[in-house]
Write a protein that binds this ligand. Structure first.
Ligand code: SF4
Length: 171
């Protein structure tokens, strides 16, 4: 009986793999993902003030489908690197990223996250978070305004909308 059930699941999987990137289905799956982004609650530097403002009523990125910061990494699929990342913190950032749900997305917020910014010549700074994580969207500025972060969310959503669905994500 178990063998029959496994054979059925195996066939179901191959059917899903074949149809998931057919346009209406791909659109619906991506639509679900892009309007339910769950950001990790992680702060590495002072850009976090603008990140907080973007979540408050005046700018309210929640209306674009970005949920409030969430404590459990199992549900999170978006990490916004809020400014400077020190080499000591880089290990923790990578660990947090590895524990997030897949597919997962990265926004590098601020000059410090993009290139080291003000602290470029410092011995203990990661000179661009793209050296440790695959960045999807960069938000320049020091600090970037909340509107710039909102624009980054729109760009990320556009990228998700056009992307292919990979059912092996997270395995
Ligand atoms: S970009 Fe500016 S505001 Fe953001 S972490 Fe660096 S120094 Fe702070």
């Amino acid at each position: 009986m178990l063998a029959v059930a496994n054979a059925f699941v195996g066939r179901l999987r191959s059917v899903v793999e074949k149809i998931v990137n057919v346009n209406p289905i791909r659109y619906i799956v991506n639509w679900g993902k892009l309007y339910s982004l769950w950001p990790v609650h992680l702060t590495t530097a002072c850009c976090s003030v603008e990140f907080g403002a973007a979540n408050c009523p005046r700018f309210d990125v929640g209306r674009m489908g970005v949920a409030q910061f969430f404590g459990s990494l199992r549900q999170c699929d978006l990490i916004v690197i809020e400014g400077t990342v020190t080499k000591k913190m880089a290990k923790r950032v990578k660990k947090i990223y590895s524990q997030m749900a897949s597919p997962r997305y990265v926004i590098a917020m601020g000059a410090c996250a993009i290139s080291g910014g003000l602290f470029y010549n410092s011995y203990n700074i990661v000179k661009g978070v793209d050296k440790i994580l695959p960045v999807d969207v960069y938000v320049p500025g020091c600090p970037p305004r909340p509107e710039a972060l909102a624009h980054a969310v729109l760009l990320l959503q556009d990228k998700i909308r056009k992307g292919r669905v990979n059912i092996t994500d997270g395995e």
